[in-house]
Design a binder for this molecule. Structure first.
Ligand code: IMP
Ligand code: MG
Length: 345
């Protein structure tokens, strides 16, 4: 049974929440598990008229038969975790690893008070950077030190490896995006650890030989929040005109915007060894695509946009987002198009 990892290809906010929640239902997963940094990420899931904003639990929670776990590498804010368990109705389906490091108030204060972090780097102020510092110093508290979390503690690495050995279906959720990686991103304008597929797998405790598919998610245009380079950046008024103006899930900041960038996408595919690509928000570039569910129903302009990406990168696009709801999607994998590049030649 395949183990799939989903990661962001640009600077986060590519629409991973939507893609991951769709896959959780389509693939009838047994376990969804979140890697990545921590509650600095906000994933949005829209399903049956409800909108969920998740900062701790995996977006896979939407599949009520699945476990919703948080890997040992992820920093946990206990208050946010417990609130989300309640808001999603996950109850005991939710779990976190005893080794998750704990974000304390002092980490949040430091993140917000430091002019370097909050102004120059433009962090989310969620305390993740300072908490990772304490973790490296081996001073951070871990989940097993927090009585309120004790009902949720589970050996996540063991549970998912056992599930894979039993041919069960595990979906690994990455957070942030490739160019926010501490190693491969736009340093120092990046987050506090690596967030490429390899690290996401390490976060949850799966080695590379157990991974079958790496899906990298790109939005049809690029956004980023905070400081740092953004090739092809357009002025805010222009972004507004094009309908690209977005507000950040965690901080409420206006996101900077730029057109899709093939060279960056190629590099992201390389850094993640991606085997598949998802493109989200195609309807924002081409409004006639809104809610379209079949590739054949897309306008030529949109098809050309997709073909150009695939042909330049050489990795198949398997999912295309055409609206905010989970089912506003074109699923080329489910329709048997294993190698769309070949078929379109
Ligand atoms: P930090 O991760 O809060 O320390 O912030 C460092 C940089 O990463 C800032 O530019 C943030 O805006 C950015 N960042 C961190 N997490 C996310 C995310 O999930 N989406 C978008 N940007 C993020
Ligand atoms: Mg986000």
């Amino acid at each position: 049974m395949p183990c799939k990892v989903v990661v962001g290809g640009f600077w986060g906010d590519e629409g991973k929440g939507k893609i991951i929640s769709y896959l959780a239902l389509r693939d009838r997963i047994d376990i969804g598990v979140r890697g990545g940094v921590g509650p600095n990420a906000g994933h949005t899931v829209e399903f049956e008229g409800r909108v969920y904003k998740l900062r701790m639990l995996p977006s896979t929670f939407i599949n009520e038969k699945s476990r919703a776990l948080v890997g040992a590498g992820v920093l946990v804010n206990p208050k946010i975790f417990l609130e989300e368990v309640k808001a999603t109705g996950c109850g005991k389906r939710a779990g976190l690893d005893p080794n998750c490091a704990i974000i304390e108030e002092k980490h949040i204060v430091e993140d917000k008070k430091s002019a370097y972090l909050s102004k120059r780097i433009g962090t989310t102020g969620s305390g993740t950077g300072p908490c990772n510092v304490d973790r490296v110093r081996r001073k951070a508290k871990t989940a097993k030190d927090i009585p309120e979390l004790k009902d949720f503690l589970v050996d996540v690495a063991f549970e998912i490896n056992k599930a894979l050995d039993e041919e069960k279906n595990v979906l690994v959720e990455g957070t942030q995006g490739t160019f926010l990686s501490l190693y491969h991103g736009t340093y120092p304008y990046c987050t506090s650890k690596d967030v490429t597929a390899s690290s996401i797998c390490a976060d949850v405790g799966i080695g590379p030989t157990k991974i079958d598919e790496v899906l990298v998610v790109f939005k049809a245009y690029i956004t980023r929040v905070g400081g740092g380079p953004l090739p092809g950046e357009i002025p805010q008024e222009e972004a507004e005109k094009r309908g690209w103006l977005e507000v950040a899930t965690v901080t409420g900041r206006v996101r900077r915007a730029a057109p899709f960038n093939i060279d960056l996408a190629k590099r992201a595919v390389m850094l993640n060894s991606a085997t598949q690509i998802a493109i989200t928000k195609l309807d924002v570039l081409y409004p006639e695509c809104r809610g379209v569910k079949r590739y054949a129903d897309l306008p030529d302009e949109a098809k050309n946009f997709l073909k150009n990406i695939e042909n330049s990168i050489g990795v198949p696009i398997t999912l295309i987002g055409t609206g905010p709801d989970i089912y506003d999607i074109i699923d080329l994998e489910a329709s048997g198009r294993i190698s769309p590049v070949e078929k379109r030649k």
